[in-house]
Design a protein around this ligand. Structure first.
Ligand code: FAD
Length: 475
């Protein structure tokens, strides 16, 4: 064992806990009594195909700016390094003579391997802290010690643990230590040619301060009636905290405690959704190939179609099904999509178009600002019917009925599919049923100003049911 000097620094390796408040890794690093070197590594090599997508990188850039400013105020500089995380850490430990590394516990399979390799090769002691979840990813187990495969008993087991610890305060100042750092601008995380991020800039204020501000708003205006409003994509009825949670500008514990005093069904439903996030993390922990392979193995034999033109139409919001197109355009424009519409567009891709769920998962990965390996793969598998506690295969969301029910006045479709805006409510979700007069009065020419449906909904549904039923028979 090399002798470590009493003044040797500790490395605070920040990954998905880009905040000062309620950050157990930061607090523990300071409590070591040694100077702290806060580090972020841009590692595009180790995650392979699960390196962050374009929209995530846009968010990351702004979140790092915000964190860098906060750390600077507290007396430390955020050090940026690029490369394979294990190599960067090994090098940096040696370079600054670090005694210890403090980091958040990661759940992504590649990140777990990095943690193991860091321990075995860097020579510094690695301390892992729970920074991103309410519970340790393997901490909630069945009575026989196994992993939960069904959400309701999982959530009951979580709630039986009681409230999570009260959030930790942000340190006002601490002793930092510096080292050469990359310039954030050189990482080129922001799109330049073309700059497709105007809609993201208009929609979001990334960073810890923006997250705290949004949480305040959510507590004041959203949570109480959340059980009602959460289903209506035309309303500001959900928290929109998902990208902040993904990058850790807020901890789930901060959210839990912020809503604790609100006595309403809305709060119960809202906390339940936070537990779906925990459930997804739990699933990924126990099934590291969740992003690639169906959890139910018989789904590997699914006779998926290959249809590049259909996939492109779906990605671009040009399917001719208004609610699907509205969702896909909201995603492209803002990097986010309402949960109900995520279910509808996913069901449309998997069932009506009979295209592999992995194609949709990959598109979401690149375009969502909240792209999260656990939630994204668990949810795509949930819609496909191949996942844990998944929707049954015969549940095929009808996008027209969903539109009538959850976008009854058409606010959402009119906003994202403006070429249909002048249609009357009764024709908005299904313009192909409108009369010639209605279409003409609204300035809609199907096949010209807006596409005809790329699939007949009834025929697509029947084809999916047949394919899925065949699978079940074969199993
Ligand atoms: C096909 C598909 C893909 C998805 N991909 C992602 C993803 O990559 N990243 C992601 O964070 N969520 C994903 N979700 C879950 C959900 O749609 C989003 O978390 C939610 O829409 C985010 O908006 P919000 O913050 O306003 O959520 P709210 O309704 O306000 O919920 C509060 C928080 O609970 C969590 N949450 C809510 N619903 C779910 C859920 N079904 N599963 C897991 N956590 C949930 C989120 O962290 C969310 O921020 C996906 C859902 C589907 C159907």
């Amino acid at each position: 064992m090399p002798i470590v000097s009493p003044t040797a620094p500790v490395i605070l390796w920040l990954r998905r806990e880009l905040r000062m408040h309620d950050n157990p890794a930061l607090v523990a690093a300071i409590a070591s009594g040694r100077p702290v070197l806060p580090l972020f590594i841009l590692d595009r090599e180790t995650p392979g195909r699960w390196a962050p997508g374009g929209a995530s990188l846009w968010w990351l850039h702004h979140s790092l700016v915000s964190l860098g400013e906060s750390l600077e105020k507290a007396g430390a500089k955020l050090i940026l390094r690029r490369g394979a995380a294990v190599e960067v850490l090994r090098h940096l430990v040696h370079e600054v003579g670090a005694a210890e590394i403090h980091a958040g516990r990661a759940i992504e399979p590649w990140a777990r391997k990095v943690m193991d390799e860091v321990v075995s090769t860097s020579g510094a002691k690695l301390h892992l802290h729970r920074t991103a979840l309410l519970y340790e990813p393997d901490g909630i187990r069945t009575q026989s010690g196994g992993a939960y495969g069904v959400f309701t008993p999982f959530s009951r087991a979580c709630l039986a643990r009681g409230a999570p610890d009260k959030p930790l305060s942000a340190p006002l100042s601490f002793k930092g230590v510096s080292a050469p750092s990359d310039e954030l601008a050189d990482w080129k995380l922001l799109p330049a040619r073309p700059d497709w991020a105007a809609g993201l800039r208009a929609r979001w204020v990334p960073g810890e301060a923006g997250a705290a501000q949004r949480l305040k708003r959510v507590v004041a205006d959203v949570v109480k009636g959340y059980d009602q409003t959460r289903n209506f994509p035309g309303q500001d009825g959900t928290s929109a905290l998902s990208p902040r949670l993904h990058w850790g500008e807020l901890s789930p514990g901060q959210i839990w405690h912020a809503v604790e005093g609100i006595e309403s069904k809305g709060r119960t439903t809202f906390v339940n959704e936070l537990l779906w996030r925990e459930f997804s993390a739990n699933l990924l922990w126990h099934h590291p190939d969740l992003p690639e392979k169906p959890l139910r193995p018989e789904f590997a034999a699914m006779p998926w179609r290959r249809d590049a033109a259909g996939l492109r139409a779906w990605q671009r919001g040009q399917t001719g099904i208004p609610l699907v197109d509205a969702g896909m355009r909201q995603l492209w424009n803002t990097g986010w999509m309402h949960n109900r519409v995520r279910m509808v567009v996913a069901s449309f891709l998997i069932k009506h178009l009979l295209l592999p769920w992995q194609d949709g998962e990959a598109w979401f990965w690149d375009t969502l600002v909240d792209a999260d390996l656990a939630s994204n793969s668990a949810q795509w598998q949930w819609v496909a019917g191949s996942g844990a506690d998944a929707a049954p295969y015969f549940r095929v969301f009808n996008p027209v009925l969903q539109g009538w029910k959850f976008d009854p006045k058409g606010d959402y479709v009119r906003r994202w599919v403006p070429e249909l805006a002048r249609l009357p409510d009764k024709a908005l979700q299904n313009p192909w049923d409108a009369s010639e007069e209605e279409l003409a009065a609204a300035g809609v020419r199907l096949g010209e100003t807006y596409p005809r449906p790329i699939v007949d909904l009834a025929a697509g549904r029947a084809r999916a049911l047949e394919a899925f039923a065949g699978l079940n028979k074969a199993a």
